[in-house]
Design a protein around this ligand. Structure first.
Ligand SMILES: NC(=O)c1ccc[n+]([C@@H]2O[C@H](COP(=O)([O-])OP(=O)(O)OC[C@H]3O[C@@H](n4cnc5c(N)ncnc54)[C@H](OP(=O)(O)O)[C@@H]3O)[C@@H](O)[C@H]2O)c1
Length: 259
């Protein structure tokens, strides 16, 4: 019997690498993608679990990059799509380089939903499949000094619930994993290592990935990983947006790192 097949985006480091590793441990063959050569090193680690791993090195902020990834699936039915690739961008909005701003939106939103559209249509034809979208608890908070990133995660959290509802009479499940601050390359890449959140103790990416994978396999709608994050996200639903934005400044403004 052939093994189930999963696509994991952003599998070169952090939560995505852990998600891909769990998939391999749980018997999936994999198609993995990221836009830097480290994805090939990640593939070696994942192959240790006897998974067949196809690698695509491409920029998923572009439609061409997503097309390239989808072409590499070569018509193989996708049992699970783990749409994890994403990145942040620190500093005040007006100080950010607009090309970088756009890359955040194009990766986190456009590239993600373009891939979900392609894979989702294929799943619908077969009436089978699991989709895990990596949103964030950041989506509950107006993110001063990370304004665009938090907006993209608010989009993904919302999109995930909406798509799940549209597919409720099918055998396709949509799950949104909403992590809190996690120890990955994320804050370095977002140029936030001089901030309180960038330098604080964070969650273990392997634990976060485990929670997300389990929720996906159970077909749950959403999961916030970790008790502290659950409390924080519940509070965000009742605290006024202006207060949340002011609290976010304290952890994300450059110079807030503890000396
Ligand atoms: N860390 C946190 O605190 C946290 C909290 C909540 C949610 N999240 C979300 O978790 C997801 C994974 O992030 P992480 O924390 O694990 O950070 P990470 O270690 O930086 O991993 C991000 C992954 O996404 C890939 N990626 C980013 N932009 C890409 C693009 N345009 N095209 C292709 N691949 C791209 C990266 O590959 P390259 O290095 O090759 O670009 C890398 O494999 C993201 O969606 C992030 O928003 C993170």
């Amino acid at each position: 019997m052939s093994k189930p097949f999963a696509i994991v985006t952003g599998a070169s480091s952090g939560i995505g690498l852990e998600l891909a590793t769990i998939c391999a441990q749980e018997g999936f063959d994999l198609l993995i993608a990221a836009d830097r050569p480290e994805i090939h090193t990640a593939a070696q680690r994942i192959r240790d679990f006897e998974a067949e791993v196809t690698v695509v090195e491409t920029d998923l902020a572009t439609t061409e990059g997503v097309d390239q990834l989808w072409a590499a699936a070569a018509g193989k039915p996708v049992d699970a799509l783990l749409a994890n690739a994403g990145h942040g961008l620190g500093h005040a909005f007006l100080d950010q380089d607009f090309e970088q701003v756009r890359h955040v939106i194009d990766t986190n939103i456009t590239g993600t939903i373009y891939l979900v559209h392609k894979v989702g249509n294929d799943m619908r034809r077969r009436n089978s499949g699991r989709i895990l979208i990596v949103g964030s608890i950041a989506g509950f908070t107006p993110g001063s000094f990370q304004a665009v990133y938090n907006g993209t995660k608010a989009f993904l959290n919302s999109f995930s619930f909406a798509l799940r509802e549209e597919l409720k009479d099918t055998k396709i499940t949509v799950t949104c994993l909403m992590p809190g601050a996690t120890e990955t390359e994320f804050f370095r890449r977002a140029e936030m290592m001089d901030t309180a959140v960038g330098t604080a103790e964070k969650d273990d990416p392997a634990e976060v990935a485990n929670i997300g994978f389990d929720a996906m396999m159970k077909g749950e709608g959403d999961v916030v990983s970790g008790l502290k994050n659950k409390v924080q996200s519940a509070a965000a639903n009742v605290i006024p947006a202006g207060v949340l934005a002011s609290q976010h400044r304290k952890m994300a403004e450059p110079g807030t790192a503890k000396k």
